[in-house]
Design a protein around this ligand. Structure first.
Ligand SMILES: Cc1cc2nc3c(=O)[nH]c(=O)nc-3n(C[C@H](O)[C@H](O)[C@H](O)COP(=O)(O)OP(=O)(O)OC[C@H]3O[C@@H](n4cnc5c(N)ncnc54)[C@H](O)[C@@H]3O)c2cc1C
Length: 437
């Protein structure tokens, strides 16, 4: 009998797994189960709205969704609408592709002040993720601090200082675009505990800071030493050298040349968020790197700012009934295999790092496990039983053809250079599909 496969999560990892299984296993029946009505995980809800070319990878996943025996069950959350155990009873194979959606929290004094946000929440807000539309960050501020030295920190900083015309070409939801356009923000700081050699920015994203029409990047040339960590591999060294070259170009730019500034502050760690109930500033401490570790020097300075975004990483939440690796924030697995019939791909398997395509090999690996573990084929009912169960529970499943209708509306109702006008509320999406709106 055909193997019935449930993939939980429709981000890149879920789709790469579906694609790999389809290509290597005979006639699999694959159901992709997604808690939101909308597919594609962080491609829709994480990748920056001004990076539309990157978001186009979704078209490739659309092809996968429409090929072979794949059915999309959107608006179905495992843990809310049915349990993982139930799913495992119904399907031969269950693949966790649920990502790592939670923020790693900032824990310094003052982190609970109004105006401190994790990047998952802030990025979710500006991408119209239904979980975060109500964040409503106060952008009536002159300066913001972004803590972190990865691409997410760059995305946040860049969007805050982009011009209105630059933002008009994005799919920022109107509430976020209006708030950003109306913001008097002039200075954004990007803070790294270590030096530029250790920054995780990709060079293309860093160089993009040179192309902003209203903002200049600023860096202290004293922080740009050529010294590389001794244990660095060749690939990291090449990236670090390119980034240093780009930062040197930043250091030669007149900071008053454009109305806004993005300050790159290296060798500094946050020690306290200042202010009353609201953020009014941040105290940072100069660090030095010794034996690969950043340690405080006791020299502090205060930077006035009205918002702090902690872009210091993501983590997965534990799943009831499954082991959890607290340190790595993943479900422990052996190259994607948790146990016979249960597998993991993407960020829940590897931890929250890497680009979209980094999840591709995970899918191939899992397809190999399934081929080996289910050489005799499958035995469980899969799809029909799932559909029955969800109908019994009154769940309004959003199938792929429903999503295509939502997407068409998003594109049709966009205005000017806006690529799409997103739905950001689940009830609105269902109302639209039911013809109520
Ligand atoms: C802010 C940000 C910007 C990024 N920008 C880029 C970029 O420009 N270029 C690039 O290459 N990479 C980028 N990345 C990295 C890339 O997005 C990730 O590598 C990739 O999305 C990880 O894929 P995933 O499928 O493991 O997780 P996700 O993309 O998070 O997908 C997980 C999916 O599972 C669903 N889900 C979770 N729990 C459940 C449940 N219980 N039931 C049903 N469904 C569930 C979620 O709703 C989600 O759709 C970015 C990441 C972030 C955070």
């Amino acid at each position: 009998m055909a193997i019935s496969i449930a993939i939980i999560g429709s981000g890149p990892a879920g789709f790469y797994a579906a694609d790999a299984i389809q290509k290597s296993i005979e006639n699999p029946i694959i159901d992709i189960i997604e808690r939101l009505p909308t597919p594609y995980g962080l491609i829709r809800g994480g990748v920056a709205p001004d990076h539309q070319t990157t978001k186009k990878v979704a078209k490739k996943f659309e092809k996968t969704a429409l090929a072979g025996d794949i059915r999309y069950f959107g608006n179905v959350e495992v843990g809310r609408d049915l349990t993982l155990d139930e799913l495992r009873e119904i399907y031969d194979v269950v693949i966790l592709a649920i990502g790592a959606p939670a923020d790693r929290k900032l824990t310094i004094p003052g982190s609970d002040k109004v105006g401190v946000h994790g990047s998952a929440a802030f990025v979710g807000w500006y991408n119209g993720h239904p979980d975060f539309v109500e964040l409503e960050p106060d952008l009536k501020i002159n300066a913001a601090m972004v803590i972190g030295n990865g691409n997410v920190a760059l995305d946040v900083a860049r969007l805050l200082v982009r011009s209105k015309s630059g933002r008009a070409k994005t799919d920022l939801p109107l509430y976020a675009r209006d708030a950003m356009d109306a913001s008097p923000i002039k200075d954004v700081y990007v803070l790294g505990r270590r030096g530029p050699q250790d920054a995780k920015f990709t060079n293309v994203e860093l160089r993009e800071m040179l192309d902003l029409s209203e903002c200049v990047p600023v860096v202290d040339p004293a922080d740009l030493s050529d010294e590389m960590p001794a244990d660095m591999d060749d690939r990291d060294r090449r990236l670090a050298e390119k980034n240093l070259e780009t930062l040197r170009a930043f250091s030669g730019i007149d900071p008053s040349g454009k109305p806004k500034r993005a300050h790159f502050v290296f060798y500094a760690q946050p020690v306290e968020i200042l202010g009353g109930t609201h953020v009014e500033g941040i105290r940072i401490e100069r660090t030095k790197v010794e034996n690969g570790r950043a340690i405080g020097t006791g020299v502090t300075r205060d930077i006035p700012c009205g918002m702090v975004i902690a872009a210091i990483g993501y983590r997965a939440d534990p799943i009831p009934g499954l082991p959890y690796d607290e340190a790595l924030g993943i479900i422990p697995n052996d190259r994607g295999r948790i146990e016979q019939g249960l597998y993991a791909v993407g960020w829940i398997k590897r931890g929250p790092s890497g680009v979209i395509s980094s999840s591709r090999p995970d899918g191939i690996e899992v397809a190999e496990h399934i081929a080996a573990d289910f050489a005799a084929g499958g035995t469980r009912p899969g799809r029909d039983r799932l559909a029955e169960l969800l109908a019994e529970r009154g769940v309004r499943v959003v199938h792929f053809e429903d999503w295509q209708r939502l997407e068409k509306t998003e594109i049709d109702r966009a205005s000017g250079p806006q690529p799409r006008h997103k739905f950001t509320d689940v009830a609105d999406m269902i109302d639209h599909l039911e013809g109520r709106k």
